[in-house]
Write a protein that binds this ligand. Structure first.
Ligand code: ZN
Length: 86
């Protein structure tokens, strides 16, 4: 018998948490929350092509920050992406 659960969802991505506090902690560092100034919401970020491994290798930052290891949060070069850039 399945149980009905109440979950809290992130306003920016598909992440779910069991508690309001849990989702607030997530949102505070969510890559898709513009307030975190992360790569995924930055004007300079270009998503790579291909499968996940290729995307990791081909993703680029116009400010020439090396993104092959990880993406960044709270970047000093962060600039808000225009709606048109999506
Ligand atoms: Zn999120």
């Amino acid at each position: 018998m399945a149980r009905k659960l109440i979950m809290f969802g992130c306003d920016y991505c598909k992440e779910l948490r069991k508690t309001d506090k849990g989702i607030k902690n997530h949102e505070a560092k969510c890559f898709l929350n513009p307030a975190t100034r992360s790569c995924l919401t930055c004007k300079s970020f270009h998503k790579g092509r291909g499968d996940l491994v290729d995307q990791r290798r081909t993703r680029e930052c116009k400010k020439l920050i090396n993104l092959s290891e990880c993406l960044y949060t709270d970047c000093t070069n962060w600039e808000e992406k225009n709606e048109d850039d999506f």
